[in-house]
Design a protein. Structure first.
Length: 242
């Protein structure tokens, strides 16, 4: 599912639309298909995150409601817990996201993807060592996981929170090298470079972030859940407020 976040925007958006059609077709055949409900919720989660969908869409229903419905149909459906936890993180409810991730991990502690929203929630709550531990456990469970780039990005945010700016830079560079060349990784990298006092590198990374997503501002990054330390670095790098 996370491959979509690593594709070019138009290709990813088109693929997301096609996936939704298939999930909706599956639900038309069997309205109680928990996997199809969880998958459909994921497509709306991507719409929410990338601002692809109708501005008037009710994502509380389309994502959270559908994920909860999937869990109600099948309490062991870990994908539904993952989607729920990710949405709660993205809508800035880290405490609830942590609870959803932990509920899923209680079902299956080896489901690697659930360590992602738990680590993200830990970062948002200032629990940076706990977030790093989640990343390390995920990568031990699945050393060649397709989501390794995302985990490296999360680890970089933890290192920034701990004041380890050079370590953060190394983690963000690993995320990019592993196939995560999206705007928010370059923005995180720009913030880390700026906090490390490496302003030329910070401005180059910020320029790439804005090339990939020209609308980003400090306000945008706050709305998309960046931690206060990353926001401070982006200001230092020269990202406009609005």
């Amino acid at each position: 599912m996370l491959r979509t976040m690593q594709q070019p925007q138009k290709e990813a958006r088109d693929a997301n639309g096609l996936a939704r059609q298939l999930f909706e077709r599956a639900l038309a055949i069997d309205s109680d298909d928990a996997d199809a409900s969880a998958g459909n919720a994921w497509t709306y989660l991507l719409d929410y995150f990338f601002k692809w969908g109708d501005p008037g869409a009710n994502y509380e229903v389309e994502v959270l409601g559908e994920a909860n419905r999937a869990i109600g149909l099948d309490p062991n459906n870990v994908r539904a817990y993952f989607v729920k936890a990710q949405y709660l993180n993205m809508s800035r409810r880290p405490g609830e996201a942590l609870g959803a991730a932990e509920a899923g991990l209680a079902v299956n502690p080896n489901y690697v993807l659930l360590y992602m929203p738990r680590a993200m929630a830990d970062n948002s709550l200032g629990r940076f060592e706990e977030a790093k531990s989640d990343v390390e456990r995920a990568l031990r469970l699945s050393p060649r996981d397709p989501s390794a780039a995302v985990f490296r990005d999360i680890s970089g945010i933890s290192e920034v929170g701990l004041g380890h700016f050079d370590a953060a830079i190394a983690e963000f560079r690993k995320a990019i090298d592993l196939g995560q060349p999206v705007y928010f990784v370059y923005a995180n990298l720009a913030g880390a470079y700026a906090l490390a006092g490496k302003m030329d590198e910070a401005q180059a990374a910020l320029a790439e972030a804005r090339r990939l997503n020209p609308v980003i501002t400090v306000k945008w990054m706050k709305e998309h859940g960046r931690t206060p330390a990353i926001i401070d670095g982006l200001r230092k790098a020269g990202l406009p407020e609005e």
